[in-house]
Every structure is written in structure tokens, then in C-alpha cells.
Write a protein that binds this ligand. Structure first.
Ligand code: GLC
Length: 485
């Protein structure tokens, strides 16, 4: 029986450190891969190990990490000291790399691009040195986003000279294309990495980690099939659509999964009343509790709309606000939850202040509250400008809360629009990223909402979807095997 060895590199991994969706993926995909039996994979097992920086937040959480060894990372101005540690989570070995460029009090993502560049270029290069000293040679180096993309580029540069690195293949996961790691030029030079001479790269991309990783990775994987196609177009490609088209045979999409156990309305401890498809009538009690919690008038027949999101341009929070204003003539209540851009937070607060009888803004990050919202609300609003995969829509569907989202990226791949198929529908999609299209879709959804049988059908369809990580993990195994052929 064959074992495929994978080193999974990320800037964050739940439950050690989670800032966003990447942390969910890095915390869920490696264990899902390790759990696959040879019967499922067709004869292979996976030895997947994760490596992340030993961020200060991780140090606070993991006080008993095993120290492995000190090592050095060579740089043009002299070697930089590093240390390797090891811990475990969900049966996955996790390596933690420390060093002076991963500062003891540094945030996971610095607001200063040059500092962030130093941290992650150092990390990306250090990981290669680390596995060499450890003597563990993975078959696949699976990097993610700009933070670790440079490891793929550095790997290529070292493969010509050092036998240890020969035969290691690479995958680059793309979770958020616009973030390319600009500002890393000095760090690149410091670690002796020359900018790319590939003529197809736009001039501005020659020393940005993400495009360099895209140039050299054996395979580029976006976190949904639609996003994989979108990034080859000018609208979503951020200037890299040209190189992605050139490399299109190596570009594909695999949608993320959801932890189906952790998100299960029949046993979620954080919600007032548990329910499943056979006891869906109990769900209304969660709605009543939720409206009470927010001091909204309990009105079971009034559709309750929610937005649970980072307050960010990407997420189209401005479209939601503007669209709700355009939809005021309809009867609904709404709760908006999230933090982020102070301007958007303020706009949400203003909406509540202007319409205190029907709108609430909860400017906080609270996962338990988000669960009560998924369990009680009728419609989740997700008007993202782009959405590589998205998780909230899957959580919502699991909990019988119907997503209303822009038809983009993973939203398009995980939601079946009502007008496409009434029998199979799991939600409502709209095309244009503007308030008009959004509010028209609210109107469309509200009409269906008042036909309770039809609505329940949509809820059931969503609740019965299989978003399990196992499905996605099997697709990754297929991809790894193709590369290793
Ligand atoms: C990023 C994307 C999100 C995706 C997540 C995990 O946060 O914005 O759409 O779900 O990465 O891949």
C-alpha cells in the first residue's frame, strides 16, 4: 500500500489560530485527508502534516509544544535563527516554526506590508530548511495563499542544486486572489530569492509571492470550480488572469467542506432548541428566542433576514445595506452581525438607528450568537462581490436558513437557485453585484417564503446537502495522484 506524504503550509490553522476561512480549511482538510481509508481512496493512505508559524497567539494557547531543534535560515546579511516545535491537533502532527522574524507579540497579519512580507517570506523559506534537517521528504508541498506561496518558488530554485528537494511536487491553494503579498520585495532579496524572469508575468508581479507561486506550482487549486474559472477573467483575475490562462491546464477548483459534526442543528449546544428535518416545526422557537434576544417584535410570520459577515468590501455589506433600504416596502426584520471596516460598521449602526422597529446591528464577533442566528432566522444575506468558496452559506443551509447570495465563486457552486429548479432549490442567487439586483431577489424570496410548503422544501433540500470534508478530501487525493503519476 502506498502512502502519500503531504506537507500542508498555512498562515493559520484552527483550532490553534483562526482569523478567517483559511484557518477553517487548514484545520479541517488535513484531518479529513488523514482519515481516508485505502478502501475510499483506492489504495493509498495519506501522511499529512501541517506547518504554521509559531504566532504569539499560538504560544499562548499551546504551552506544551515539543521543542524539536534550532536551525538557521541563510540570508544575504547573515543567517537568521529559527526554532522548530511540534504539537498535534485532530490527530494531525503540526509543526510550529519560530524565529526572530515571527515576533513574540506580532499579530498573525501585520498591517505593515513590509513586516508581513518579512514574516512570511522567512517562514516560507524556513519550512524548506526545516524539512531538510528533519529528514522528512514530502511528496507534495501544499502551500496556501500568498503567505506560503513563496515556498513553492523557493523549492523550484533549490531543486536544481540540492538532491533532497528533487522529486517534491507542489500544489498552491488559492483562497483569496487579490492578496498577493505586495511589499515583500526586500524580504525576497534578503533571503537571496531573485525576482522572476518569466516573460508572461506582469512587471508588477515579478516579486510578489502569490504570482511567483503560481508560476512554479505543479497545480493551482482554487477553493471552488467557479472561482477557478473566474480568476481567469479580467473581472476577478486582478491582473493575473493572463498567467492563469497560460497555466489553465494546471488550474482547477475544489470546493471546501464544512465540519458536519460541529455544525449540526440536531445536537448544537449553542442553540435554544435542537431540531432536524423531522422536527423542523420546532425551529420557530429559535426564531422567537432570537427576536426576543434582540428586542424585536416576535412575529413568526415576518421573514427574519440575517447577515453574518466580516464587514468588508469583498462581502458586499454596502450592497446589503443599500438593498435593504430599497426593500423597505416589504415586511421583514433583519439582524446584521460582524466586525471589520469601521465605515461599514457605522453604516450598519446607522441603519439600526434609522429603523429601530425592524433592524438590529450587532457589531461583534460571536460564533455562539451566529449559531443562534442560523438556527432561528429565515434568510441569510450574502451579496459578496467575489467569494472564493464561502462557509456561511453552508452553515445556514445546514440549519434551515435559506441563503440569498450573489452567483459567484463557491456561492454559485453550493447553492441551487429557485428559478433554476423549484424541486432542487436550496436558495436564491442574483448576478449583478448591486443593490437593485439584491433587493429584487429579496422580493423574489419573500414571495416564496409566504408559500410555506414550498419554503420548507427549500429548507429540507439545504439541510440534506452533503458538504462533508470527506468529499473534498477525496478530490484532493485524486489531484495528488495525478501529479505523482
Ligand atoms: C477566504 C475566502 C472565502 C473562502 C476561505 C477559505 O477567506 O474569502 O471565500 O471560503 O478563504 O477557502
Amino acid at each position: 500500500m502506498k502512502t502519500i506524504k503531504v506537507l500542508f503550509l498555512a498562515s493559520e490553522a484552527d483550532p490553534l489560530v483562526k482569523v478567517g476561512g483559511l484557518g477553517d480549511v487548514a484545520g479541517s482538510l488535513p484531518p479529513a485527508l488523514r482519515k481516508l481509508t485505502p478502501e475510499k481512496t483506492g489504495g493509498v493512505t495519506l501522511d499529512v502534516r501541517t506547518v504554521i508559524p509559531f504566532h504569539s497567539v499560538v504560544r499562548k494557547k499551546i504551552t506544551d509544544a515539543e521543542f524539536l531543534f534550532d536551525f538557521e535560515v541563510s540570508a544575504v546579511d547573515g543567517p537568521v535563527k529559527a526554532q522548530a516545535y511540534k504539537t498535534e491537533a485532530n490527530q494531525v502532527p503540526i509543526y510550529l516554526i519560530a524565529g526572530e522574524l515571527i515576533g513574540p507579540d506580532a499579530p498573525v497579519y501585520s498591517s505593515d506590508a513590509a513586516i508581513g512580507g518579512q514574516t512570511y517570506i522567512f517562514f516560507s523559506v524556513a519550512v524548506l530548511e526545516f524539512i531538510k534537517i528533519l529528514g522528512w521528504k514530502p511528496d507534495i508541498l501544499h502551500a496556501n495563499d500568498w503567505h506560503t506561496a513563496l515556498s513553492v518558488y523557493a523549492l523550484k530554485q533549490r531543486q536544481d542544486k540540492e538532491p533532497f528537494f528533487k522529486g517534491i511536487h507542489s500544489v498552491l491553494g488559492v483562497h483569496n486572489l487579490p492578496f498577493m503579498g505586495a511589499g515583500s520585495e526586500l524580504a525576497l532579496a534578503r533571503f537571496g530569492l531573485t525576482p522572476s524572469r518569466w516573460p508572461h508575468l506582469p512587471w508588477w508581479a515579478k516579486d510578489d509571492p502569490l504570482p511567483l507561486g503560481m508560476q512554479t506550482a505543479d497545480r493551482i487549486v482554487a477553493v471552488s470550480q467557479t472561482y477557478a474559472k473566474e480568476i481567469m477573467t479580467p473581472e476577478f483575475g486582478c491582473g493575473l488572469e493572463g498567467i492563469l490562462k497560460i497555466r489553465q491546464k494546471s488550474v482547477s477548483g475544489i470546493v471546501n467542506g464544512l465540519d458536519m459534526d460541529a455544525w449540526d442543528p440536531s445536537k448544537d449546544q449553542a442553540i435554544p432548541i435542537n431540531f432536524d428535518t423531522s422536527t423542523i416545526s420546532k425551529r420557530i422557537e429559535n426564531k422567537i428566542a432570537l427576536t426576543k434576544e434582540f428586542a424585536l417584535k416576535p412575529a413568526p410570520d415576518t421573514p427574519l433576514l440575517i447577515l453574518i459577515s466580516r464587514m468588508d468590501q469583498q462581502k458586499g455589506v454596502d450592497i446589503a445595506i443599500e438593498g435593504l433600504l430599497q426593500a423597505l416596502k416589504f415586511n421583514w426584520q433583519a439582524i446584521l452581525l460582524g466586525t471589520g471596516d469601521p465605515k461599514l460598521e457605522e453604516a450598519c449602526r446607522k441603519l439600526e438607528a434609522d429603523y429601530p422597529d425592524r433592524i438590529r446591528a450587532a457589531i461583534l464577533f460571536d460564533t455562539a450568537l451566529s449559531r443562534r442566528m442560523y438556527a432561528g432566522a429565515d434568510i441569510l444575506l450574502m451579496p459578496s462581490r467575489y467569494e472564493p468558496c464561502g462557509l456561511a452559506q453552508m452553515m445556514a443551509m445546514r440549519y434551515g436558513c435559506v441563503p440569498l447570495a450573489r452567483a459567484t465563486g463557491g456561492l454559485q457552486d453550493t447553492i441551487v437557485d429557485f428559478s433554476y429548479s423549484q424541486e432542487k432549490a436550496t436558495g436564491f442567487l442574483f448576478k449583478e453585484p448591486n443593490a437593485k439586483a439584491f433587493s429584487e431577489t429579496i422580493e423574489r424570496a419573500l414571495t416564496v417564503f409566504h408559500d410555506q410548503d414550498q419554503w420548507q422544501q427549500i429548507q429540507f433540500n439545504g439541510m440534506r446537502q452533503d458538504f462533508s470534508w470527506e468529499k473534498s478530501a477525496l478530490q484532493y487525493v485524486k489531484l495528488y495522484r495525478e501529479i505523482l503519476k
